[in-house]
Design a protein around this ligand. Structure first.
Ligand SMILES: Nc1nc2c(c(=O)[nH]1)N[C@H]1C(S)=C(S)[C@@H](COP(=O)(O)OP(=O)(O)OC[C@H]3O[C@@H](n4cnc5c(=O)[nH]c(N)nc54)[C@H](O)[C@@H]3O)O[C@H]1N2
Ligand SMILES: Nc1nc2c(c(=O)[nH]1)N[C@H]1C(S)=C(S)[C@@H](COP(=O)(O)OP(=O)(O)OC[C@H]3O[C@@H](n4cnc5c(=O)[nH]c(N)nc54)[C@H](O)[C@@H]3O)O[C@H]1N2
Ligand SMILES: [Mo]
Length: 699
């Protein structure tokens, strides 16, 4: 979402990249990942032709026709033998960053007719969707902090100085933060680590992982003190909420989190004492034991302080392509279907990915025997990835749409590689929906497509057609409206589909108009109030007293009591971290991003090392209920006592196998420690934070 200015040499190679000053959203900002674009383009390890596993067990280059046919036969073959649900599909994160992936892959997935659908959502932001659905009636009605007009920004478990914001498109966070300070505004951060964002905050409070749920509930309680709350007239359930949060005193919050009761009270006073405030809670407050409670309490705080839908508070966007208002994205909601083995809830048509491995390894009717991954790396990115690694290796069939051989796709029978980011047209269907200003930017492909290459959407189109053929689909099904529509849609290019969406959006836009508007696109304007009209609840009102959430509050209270009773035992709590120059599990091939000091180490507080007789720089063994790793440790007071931190996306050289995409960086996969048995209580989201571990010297 940062506007880039790319200069080219006369023979068409990328010469330089910098931020586009005139971009109305990013205003010249650019993050290090942008500089890796030419390296992805030229990376000799990036796949340009399909790979198919041969009789020798190795992956070999194949023609597109052969590879697509083989992929289709494998998937359809398993389904013919074991039923539709024997095929699992996993959609990874880069799908939301690609126009063609968004327009085409969901259509392909629907054709496959499996109910075993998974995605990176359930190792990330599922609690946000559950709460948005419960309060606002639609999983994608996700208010964003109006950072450019607020006086108080409170960030919980979120590190935008490294991540550029999340469920909140905020390019150039550092500059926006400086502008906030220049207006006299304040930034408050709650995080178990003194992050890059905490370092530039006015206040940083260490909170014990998971303990922030009690802090947020105590803030709700304090804000509900007589004379303080000012919810909008379309808000119901305030009394029920008041009763439910009554036990969460600031003292209980302190016991749970180690943030002082006084600091909790002060923060509540600040929240009601300024004209505009915005609270945003993200990864650390989502991928943890009480993710849904945290996200709910965050929304409730914004509602009760009157900041929801107010300039300077948290606001909904008015995107040029309104995927929510036009019903293109479904409202979500818990379905009747549960996962086969553990009975985990499905939400928005997907099951929690923490269940994927057990669905593969547990015998019985409906066992998963084939996998399709699209732009994903679940072995690296989901809990107990080491077990999934084994499970995937034992499948009957695995097809991947990916441009790299990664920890997961190395097991594939067929890999279908799409073109790279510089070779395709782009429009951010999803990220405009979450942006701090309403803008619309179309970016035509910069480089011609590799003549033998295929775009993501072309792969979806071809695989869809080949699949229907391989399935031997009967005439009735082939001529069904559903199938005909899907096949027709797969044939229409993403840019054509975008054009239709823009033209029918009511704003008089089209791809042509956006092209003419120039590379920065169109500025629509600052966010504007949209409520209650935009609510998708049946009565266009917000009922704060969401049963699914309130039922989980006793669990938070129990945990708070247990935390205060706990004596200092051996366990440390593991949290994750992101670095500005990492991007989940990929991009480690790009030299611009990986040079410099290694970033893979376990961070631990010096006191926690001292009591274990450990030193800075030593190799340590980290053990959890799910697995163990050996890694270097770095002593730092930037993590609170009792907490250790490892980044995710490392561990490329698993089992000593050097992957094709890996410039074998040091480090291990943190997801060899995270535990799929322990899930967020309401949504089934993975718990990646607050994982109990022991740390010992390597013998
Ligand atoms: N412990 C721990 N685990 C985590 C996290 C954490 O913080 N801690 N974070 C979680 C989060 S937030 C996320 S989003 C997930 C991400 O998890 P995943 O989505 O499973 O993994 P990525 O690392 O994003 O893998 C992206 C893959 O997509 C490929 N790719 C890139 N661009 C394209 C494209 O245009 N088309 C196609 N077809 N392929 C492409 C890349 O080559 C790469 O192999 O990880 C989650 N896992
Ligand atoms: N450079 C870069 N940018 C990225 C990505 C990347 O990999 N690299 N990934 C992108 C993706 S897919 C996503 S989802 C976003 C995520 O963006 P962020 O939400 O900023 O994610 P993290 O940087 O993982 O920050 C999570 C923070 O939560 C803290 N934390 C852990 N447990 C708890 C807890 O229990 N309570 C509280 N309050 N805090 C806790 C951690 O210490 C950490 O600082 O970033 C996106 N941007
Ligand atoms: Mo993510």
């Amino acid at each position: 979402m940062c506007g880039l200015e790319v200069t080219m040499t006369p023979d068409g190679a990328v010469d330089g990249i910098r931020g586009h000053e005139a971009d109305p959203l990013s205003r010249g900002h650019v993050c290090p990942k942008a500089f890796a674009l030419p390296q992805i383009q030229d990376d000799p390890d990036r796949l340009r032709r399909p790979l198919v596993r041969g009789a020798d067990g190795e992956l070999h280059e194949a023609s597109w026709d052969d590879a697509v046919r083989r992929a289709a036969e494998l998937l359809a073959g398993v389904q013919a033998e074991y039923g539709d649900d024997a095929l699992a599909v996993y959609l990874g994160n880069p799908n939301v960053h690609s126009l063609g992936a968004l327009t085409h892959h969901p259509t392909l997935v629907r054709l496959l007719r499996t109910r075993n659908r998974f995605s990176a959502t359930s190792v990330d932001q599922l609690p946000h969707h559950v709460v948005a659905h419960a309060l606002y009636g639609h999983q994608f009605l996700l208010p964003v902090p109006d950072i450019d007009r607020t006086e108080l920004l409170v960030l919980v478990g979120h590190n935008p100085m490294a991540s550029n914001g999340s469920l909140w498109t905020v390019p150039g966070f550092p500059r926006r933060r400086r502008e906030l300070a220049a207006r006299g505004g304040r930034l408050v951060v709650l995080d178990p680590r003194r992050t890059e964002t905490a370092a530039v905050a006015d206040e940083h409070h260490f909170v014990r992982p998971g303990g922030d749920a009690a802090v947020l509930l105590a803030l709700v309680r304090e804000v509900l003190a007589p004379g303080r709350a000012r919810p909008a007239p379309y808000v119901d359930g305030v009394d029920a909420v008041r009763a439910a949060v009554e036990p969460f005193t600031p003292e209980v919050a302190e016991a749970a989190s180690a943030m002082s009761a006084e600091a909790v009270r002060r923060l509540a006073r600040q929240l009601v004492g300024v004209p505009h405030a915005a609270v945003h809670a993200r990864m650390g407050a989502s991928t943890q034991a009480f993710g849904v409670v945290c996200q709910w309490a965050t929304q409730v705080l914004n509602v009760l302080t009157g900041n929801l839908d107010r300039p300077g508070g948290t606001m909904l966007t008015t995107p040029a392509v309104d995927l929510v208002g036009r019903g293109i994205l479904g409202p979500g909601g818990f379905g009747r279907r549960r996962s086969r083995v553990r009975g985990l809830p499905g939400f928005g048509g997907e099951l929690p990915v923490a269940a994927l491995a057990e669905e593969m390894t547990t015998p019985g009717e409906g066992q998963v025997r084939a996998l399709l991954t699209i732009a994903g790396n679940p072995v690296s990115s989901t809990p107990a990835g080491h077990r999934l690694d084994e499970a995937v290796a034992g499948l009957d069939a695995y097809v991947a749409v990916d441009m790299y051989v990664n920890e997961s796709t190395r097991h594939a029978d067929v890999i279908l590689p799409p073109t790279g980011p510089l070779e395709r047209d782009h429009y951010d269907l999803v990220f405009h929906l979450l942006a701090v200003r309403d803008t619309a930017r179309f970016t035509p492909a910069l480089l011609p497509k590799d003549p033998g290459g295929r775009h993501d959407w072309e792969i979806a189109r071809d695989l869809g057609a080949a699949y229907l053929a391989a399935r031997g689909t009967g005439l009735r099904e082939r001529l069904s409206r559903r199938t005909l529509e899907a096949v027709a849609r797969l044939r229409v290019s993403p840019t054509r589909q975008l054009d239709v969406l823009l033209r029918t959006g009511g704003g008089g836009l089209s791809v042509r108009r956006l092209r003419r508007a120039g590379p920065g696109g169109l500025e629509i304007g600052a966010l504007r109030p949209r409520l209650p009209e935009r609510l998708a609840t049946p009565d266009r009102r917000i009922d704060l007293a969401a049963d699914v959430v309130l039922a989980d509050l006793p669990r938070v209270l129990d945990a708070a009591r247990a935390a205060s009773a706990a004596t200092d035992d051996d366990a440390l709590l593991l949290v994750g971290r992101r670095h500005q120059r990492d991007n989940n599990s990929w991009l480690h091939n790009a030299e611009v991003l990986t040079r410099g000091r290694p970033r893979h180490a376990l961070l631990a507080h010096p006191d926690d090392l001292a009591v274990r007789g450990l030193r800075d720089g030593q190799r340590v063994r980290v053990r959890s209920a799910a697995g163990q790793v050996e890694v270097d440790v770095t002593a730092t007071e930037d993590v609170m006592r009792g907490v250790v931190s490892l980044p995710h996306g490392y561990g490329q050289a698993r089992d000593g196998v050097r992957l094709r995409h890996a410039r074998t960086l040091p480090g291990v996969s943190v997801n060899d420690l995270t535990d799929p048995a322990v899930l967020e209580g309401v949504s089934g989201n993975a718990v990646l934070s607050g994982v109990p571990v022991t740390v010992d010297p390597v013998p």
